[in-house]
Design a protein around this ligand. Structure first.
Ligand code: C5P
Length: 217
């Protein structure tokens, strides 16, 4: 049977990762955080000492990304997030990461490589480009201030010395860049269910998602 797919999209720090992980655990599905793929490309370019606008360098980096490097804690840093958004607008980078994502959707596995019946995939273009046929599509959103506060807290917990105003500015710029790029911009698929987590905690978002999923899977 074809794997059952839950596509989860939304802007930075909307709570989509937390929700996606929880859904994956609940249904016993695999989980792919596609933001990490773009972050891995950005980090490779930075570590190679190349410019983020160097398309050839970014495309080569995208071709070299492997699942094994997605555990690097440096991928979660603020600068890596900004680098990810910069390389994510390069069509060749998106193309290079497309097959990897499609393969996971077609053959989801757990972290030991064992096959699973379904997958939760989160990102910006999962419901629109990567898995347009997914039976369940969620679009997770929250106010800019709520998202900036969450991300600020996360970065402080990582030990990054960064002020709130800077996080807010970074997130706003990144969202604008992700929404307005010409290839696979961040967008809510017409058939996606929107969950606004501004006034919801993780339990509330999970309950809203489960209520929508109902018998759709
Ligand atoms: O979700 P996360 O903040 O880790 O994503 C980092 C960046 O990667 C985003 O700002 C976006 O530019 C890019 N991205 C993307 N498409 C995806 C996932 C992430 O363009 N499916």
């Amino acid at each position: 049977p074809r794997p059952r797919i839950i596509a989860v999209d939304g802007p930075a720090a909307s709570g989509k990762g937390t929700l996606a992980r929880r859904l994956a655990r609940h249904f016993g599905f695999g989980y792919l955080d596609t933001g990490l793929l773009y972050r891995a490309v950005g980090l490779r370019v930075l570590r190679a000492g190349k410019d983020l606008g160097d398309e050839a360098a970014a495309i080569a980096a995208a071709g070299a990304v492997t699942a094994a490097e997605l555990a690097d804690p440096e991928l979660r840093s603020g600068p890596t997030g900004n680098a990810a958004s910069a390389v994510a607008k390069i069509p060749g980078v998106r193309q290079a990461l497309f097959d990897l994502q499609r393969r996971f959707a077609a053959h989801p596995t757990d972290d030991r490589g064992r096959p699973l019946l379904g997958a939760v995939i989160d990102g910006r273009d999962i419901g629109t480009v990567i898995c347009p046929d997914a039976p369940v599509k969620l679009f997770v959103n929250a106010s800019l201030e709520t998202r900036a506060k969450r991300r600020h807290k996360e970065l402080l917990e990582r030990g990054e010395a960064i002020i709130y105003a800077r996080v807010l500015e970074d997130i706003e710029r990144r969202d604008e860049q992700d929404r307005s790029r010409s290839v696979a911009p961040m967008a809510k698929a017409p058939d996606a269910f929107e969950i606004d987590t501004t006034g919801l905690d993780a339990d509330g978002a999970f309950a809203a998602a489960l209520a929508f999923i109902g018998s759709r899977l």
